[in-house]
Design a protein around this ligand. Structure first.
Ligand code: GLA
Length: 668
């Protein structure tokens, strides 16, 4: 699986950084529209996403279409020189559709039938929804294909956002078909799911249900398959609309907006192959003071989905959102910092939700480019300043982030497996471990890619696989061959434990990777809440420290101990090991080391891998380089501190003021 758009698809290329946002003109009287266009020009907006929730306005009655207003706003935008990312409006089925087809309402895991009056009220497997969505998509595509202002098609909106899994009868029927395609026979399904356990044997596919709320947890393989199926069901919805648009318009690229790193409902490796350009939405966790690290992670993940190529930030916020607990507003400089950080990590477009802050409705307290308070505001001046700045960075378009030497293995299926309950500890979590490792690497100044476990690893020196719980034999072999050939692997606990069907790799943990790591664990020894263990050093490379969450009754089987538990349930057992395997090295981190210890482990692993860490970089300064095909380099220096920092550059030192961003351009 390459997990990236194919190169034979139409390319998105505005020739400058895309700047703009979701534009919902139907929320405003038409007199406002010319003002909108004038303000967009003032702000340097060159792209807007149009019509995302407009189905009810475009098809006010079944089969009756009203495109007049859309024609008028498209003409106005075109005259104003603003390009359009035209959306199929299928994320907001109209009320008439809901009344006519009550069976289309999605059903939650506990059987609750969800109502309408919000958005996204549809079952992804509903034939009635498929038919209606195809009809409006075809009308829209036919009408606007070839329009010179339409430079991108935006299918639907955030698949899997509100509706990720539907448990209605139509979904169950589609799930059975999906299972039959996967397993061919019911015996195959019984074997894969291990249904001998708790007497869950099925006599036919018709007997299988969705893993809904039940007296106890449903079979974990059934749960993971339902998540695979649900991601695929939504992908079918996307493909249906994409193919209709493609038939009408073979030239203009097509995308949909992911939520990479924010939600985990879709297997985006599979989705990325289906879009012409990867686009994503990102929102900060407002209350976290280190939320810029989560932003970097999401941007790195998105770039990786794009195969290292440019991608679009389709939405973020100018300031506060309205859907978190405390919606903390962005302070001066923060919007620019966030935007430039996405740009630094490969984005060729910086877009927002939304252009004009709504007066009514659920999102009226969500920030926008034009705020309620109008244009005589610091907020608007910042929007204009950002547009002006991006307008001067045309040469950045199409450049790529300097190829990272380090990769983190990312797998949505492992996450689904870890989430389905009944694990040795509630402290286990795919995202929890990824975040722990990513955060340390961020502080070390290492830019990382994310890779699918089956991906070609040959371009990397260091690969980290924290809590890759599902490890298929083929994926283990991929890692094995790469380490044998000279790679350095860092694997954490709860990697390599089960296969794709949630069946344990037997013979001691971590079953799939034991030979590579040179260890064997007899038993998991999870720690109590808040419990810490002391770690004693057995190697000059990593000083002693402490750890929490996890320990194992671990034995060396070729590896050397780097750290040992000095107390706790695993006292005397290795906690961190290092194993020479073929030409390479494999580390096993069998606990959750505190930050300083994890940093020391990663430093030592980088040394093994020959990954040079940046020196002299001030703490809190994010530095990422993009390189253009012609050799020009763009160094993005983002100061997350509230004090100025000095960056040593060849020739002279550069001061990056507190909270500000500098872009250093070097042409060859
Ligand atoms: C998502 C949606 C937008 C809007 C924003 C608010 O990204 O795509 O329509 O609701 O959230 O943050």
């Amino acid at each position: 699986m390459s997990g990236q758009p194919r190169s034979d698809r139409p390319r998105f290329d505005l020739g400058s950084i895309a700047y703009g946002g979701d534009y919902n003109p139907e929320q405003w009287p038409e007199e406002v529209w010319p003002q909108d266009v004038a303000l967009m020009r003032e702000a340097g907006v060159n792209l807007v996403s149009l019509g995302i929730f407009s189905w009810a306005r475009l098809e006010p009655q079944p089969g009756v279409f009203d495109f007049g207003w859309l024609d008028r706003i498209i003409a106005l935008l075109h005259e104003g020189g603003i390009s359009i990312d035209l959306a199929t409006p299928t994320a907001a089925p109209p009320a008439w559709f809901q009344k006519a087809h009550p069976q289309v309402r999605p059903v939650a895991v506990d059987g609750t039938v969800l109502g309408y009056g919000a958005r996204q009220t549809y079952c992804p497997s509903s034939p009635e929804y498929a038919e209606a969505a195809a009809r409006i998509t075809a009308e829209l595509a036919r009408r606007y294909a070839g329009h010179p202002a339409v430079v991108l098609w935006h299918i639907h909106n955030e698949y899997g956002c509100h509706i990720s899994r539907c448990y209605c009868e139509q979904s169950v029927a589609a799930f059975r078909v999906w299972l039959e395609e996967r397993y061919k026979t019911v015996e195959g399904l019984n074997a894969a799911w291990g249904t001998a356990f708790w007497g869950q044997l099925y006599g036919s596919f018709d007997e299988v249900d969705a893993p809904r709320t039940a007296p106890a947890a449903c079979n974990p393989a059934q749960q993971v398959d339902f998540r695979r199926f649900s991601s695929d069901a939504l992908l079918e919805c996307y493909r249906r609309e994409r193919d209709i648009v493609r038939a009408a318009d073979p030239v203009v690229p097509i995308t949909t907006n992911f939520m990479a790193g924010l939600t985990d409902n879709l297997d985006l490796w599979r989705w990325a192959e289906e879009v012409d350009v990867v686009a994503t939405d990102h929102y900060l966790t407002a209350e976290r003071s280190d939320n810029h690290i989560g932003l970097s992670l999401a941007a790195d993940l998105t770039r990786s989905l794009a195969g290292g190529g440019p991608w679009l930030l389709m939405e973020h916020s100018t300031s506060a959102v309205n859907w978190q607990g405390r919606n903390i507003a962005k302070r001066p400089g923060e919007m620019a910092r966030n935007s430039m950080a996405h740009l630094a990590r490969g984005a060729d477009g910086i877009m927002f939700f939304q252009w004009r802050q709504s007066r009514s409705g659920t999102e009226k307290f969500h920030s926008a480019m034009v705020p309620h308070a109008g244009t005589d505001t610091r907020h608007w001046r910042d929007v204009v300043a950002l547009g002006t700045r991006l307008g001067k960075l045309d040469e950045v378009c199409g450049s790529r982030v300097q190829a990272p030497q380090v990769a983190l293995v990312w797998d949505w299926e492992s996450r689904w497996g870890l989430d389905c309950g009944n694990k040795p500890s509630t402290d286990l979590g795919f995202r929890e471990r990824i975040d722990a490792y990513y955060e340390r690497l961020w502080h070390l100044g290492v830019t990382v890619d994310f890779v699918h476990p089956g991906a070609d690893l040959s371009g990397y020196r260091l690969v980290l696989a924290p809590s890759l719980y599902h490890t298929r034999a083929a994926w283990a072999e991929n890692l094995r061959a790469w380490v044998r050939g000279g790679g350095t692997l860092v694997s954490s606990y709860f990697t390599g434990v089960v296969d794709e069907n949630e069946a344990v790799h037997l013979g001691g943990y971590p079953g799939a990777l034991r030979d590579i790591l040179g260890v064997r664990a007899e038993e998991f020894l999870p720690l109590r809440s808040g419990q810490k263990t002391r770690l004693a050093s057995e190697s000059a490379a990593v000083p002693g420290g402490s750890a929490s969450r996890w320990a194992e009754d671990l034995h060396l089987d070729g590896a050397a101990a780097v750290l040992r538990h000095a107390d706790g349930p695993a006292a005397g057992c290795p906690a961190v090991t290092r194993h020479g395997f073929g030409e390479g090295t494999a580390w096993y981190v069998a606990t959750a080391p505190e930050a300083g210890t994890l940093t020391a482990i990663l430093r030592a692993a980088c040394a093994d891998a020959g990954v040079a860490l940046p020196v002299g970089r001030p703490e809190g300064l994010e530095a990422v380089r993009r390189v253009a095909e012609g050799g020009a380099e763009f160094d993005f220096l983002i100061n997350h501190n509230d004090r100025d920092v000095t960056v040593p550059l060849a020739g002279s030192d550069l001061v990056v003021p507190a909270g500000r961003v500098r872009v250093v351009v070097r042409t060859s």
